[in-house]
Design a protein around this ligand. Structure first.
Ligand SMILES: [Zn+2]
Length: 143
């Protein structure tokens, strides 16, 4: 397992990742929707890895829905960084992480341009379940 850490700029949202493969084997997915382009976001996830998201002050966690409005973009309202995106199906939380929120230069593979906006809402959900972290712990604290 390869352990990575990340956070938003001010440290309000912190992430701990375990990847099943070496970082170079992951191609960050640069989503071409208008929202992700404006953030310069490209996403890393691993259905065989694990992810922990901890929010130090839940008052400064922004949840933004766009596109098909089925997933939530997690944005720190303190510093404005887009940390990742989550999708909840009953008890299970799926998530993908903005590779730009990961600390240091990890040496991921070359980014790949993707266009999930052309998919239907059902197709997107199938894609998220196949590609995203499904072993996700989410902790939100009150300051
Ligand atoms: Zn922040």
């Amino acid at each position: 397992m390869h352990c990575l850490k990340g956070k938003c700029h001010c440290g309000n949202i912190r992430i701990d990742i375990e990847l099943s493969k070496a970082p170079a084997e992951y191609a960050p997915r640069a989503c071409d929707c208008e929202f992700c382009r404006k953030h310069g976001a490209s996403y890393i996830s691993d259905p065989h890895g694990s992810l922990r998201i901890e929010v130090m002050d839940s008052q400064r966690l922004g949840r933004y829905r766009q596109g098909s409005e089925t997933a939530e973009c997690l944005i720190c309202t303190g510093c404005g960084v887009l940390v990742g995106v989550t999708y909840r199906d009953g008890e299970r939380l799926y998530a993908t992480i903005n590779s730009r929120a990961i600390d240091n230069d990890i040496g991921f593979g070359e980014a790949l341009s993707v266009s999930p906006k052309v998919l239907s809402a059902d197709e997107k959900i199938r894609r998220w379940k196949a590609l995203w972290f499904s072993n996700v712990t989410f902790v939100a604290n009150d300051a």
